[in-house]
Design a protein around this ligand. Structure first.
Ligand code: MG
Length: 365
């Protein structure tokens, strides 16, 4: 099989509400949808969600890169995906979300070629769903409580609360949420590097009695000694997120004893192939994994979901990035209760409505 054409669409979709975390706020989803066409009439979809603060990319750099390497992708064999992705990896340094788009589209083609959902191809025989947390951004205490209660009413039983801007307010907010939702709802935290070591220890220690499942990235991504310090001082398990992009980064986490768990995101790792390498290292070292996401359409979400279903070491997922989109041109992932379900179609199992896609296209290749 050969890739015969590569198309890319930069899209901008309004969110239903502003989403604020310790790193900033957003009102729009911005990403690049990739379409790979093959000589056997199989089309694969992928998606890049660049973030200048996390992946060092923008929509413009992703579109620029894809147009530069487009001709070198044409002619490659998607079924020889290990070799093909290795070649693409060597074409250019960095650019993980752009590489993720290509990697996801190639995996979509492979699943479709073999006629099985991607998670079956990757090794899991029976499951078709995975539980997810739904995130509450940074907002005032009363709004956070209202949001938490509305999620619980919708059947969500795992809530992830963004913290990291104001330690004292964070403590009050999380306590208020726990009090409002009761003891049966699972609560996770994400500080997005917002604290100093001292602040992180103070916040997490005060929240210990609240049965918190884990806290993502309490301090700066480079401060692995600080992460270890926080980890030693609190019972709440610490999950590395921004500190881990590549397989090499996990090795550093292990050497520094800096985390109990790792949050894998396809946009950081450069796609499924590297995500599996990260998960394998974690499994060998006894670190549990989560599959997380950026603001993503159901294309990239489904890729993460298939991976979460396929690998045993992935115990948690935070795949709610599509819920805030005002409209999605991709279908095939659905949230029922607190679980995301895949469709039974092969590959990613998603269908793209090109009419809806066209409404949000701001640039194309
Ligand atoms: Mg995070």
């Amino acid at each position: 099989m050969r890739i015969v054409d590569v198309k890319a669409f930069a899209v901008r979709i309004p969110l239903v509400e502003e989403f604020r975390i310790a790193l900033g706020a957003s009102k729009f989803h911005e990403g690049v949808i990739l379409k790979l066409l093959t000589d056997e009439d199989i089309t694969g979809y992928g998606e890049a969600v660049p973030s200048s603060r996390i992946t060092g990319e923008t929509i413009e750099t992703v579109m620029g890169l894809l147009s530069r390497i487009r001709k070198r992708i044409i002619g490659l064999d998607p079924l020889a995906y290990n070799e093909t992705l290795e070649q693409i990896d060597k074409m250019v340094l960095g650019n993980p979300s752009a590489k993720a788009a290509i990697d996801i589209a190639i995996h979509d083609v492979v699943g479709k070629a073999y006629g099985v959902p991607l998670c079956r191809f990757l090794g899991h025989g029976s499951l078709n769903s995975f539980e997810t947390s739904v995130t509450i951004g940074i907002m005032d205490k009363d709004s956070s409580v209202r949001k938490a209660l509305s999620l619980v009413e919708k059947g969500i039983s795992i809530i992830k609360v963004k913290i990291g801007l104001n330690p004292l307010e964070d403590i009050y907010r999380v306590k208020a949420i726990r009090k409002a939702v009761g003891d049966d709802i699972r609560i996770r935290l994400d500080a997005n590097q917002g604290y100093t070591v001292k602040q992180a220890v103070r916040v997490l220690r005060s929240l210990e009695p609240l049965d918190i499942e884990f806290c993502e990235q309490p301090v700066h991504w480079r401060d692995l000694d600080g992460m270890r310090e926080v980890r030693k001082m609190t019972e709440i398990p610490i999950m590395a997120d921004e500190s881990v992009h590549s397989p090499t980064d996990v090795i550093e986490i292990i050497k520094h004893d800096a985390a109990d768990m790792v949050n894998i995101k396809l946009m950081k790792s450069g796609g499924i192939r590297n995500a599996i390498k990260i998960a394998n290292i974690c499994e060998s070292a006894g670190l549990l994994c989560q599959i997380g996401c950026m603001s993503e359409t159901r294309i990239a979400i489904s890729a993460g979901l298939h991976l979460a279903i396929a690998l045993d070491i992935i115990k948690f997922s935070d795949l709610d990035g599509y819920i805030l989109l005002s409209e999605d041109f991709a279908s095939g992932v659905s949230l029922r209760g607190t679980c995301n379900f895949i469709s039974d179609k092969p590959g990613l199992g998603i269908t793209v409505n090109t009419k809806i896609l066209e409404k949000y296209v701001v640039a194309r290749i």
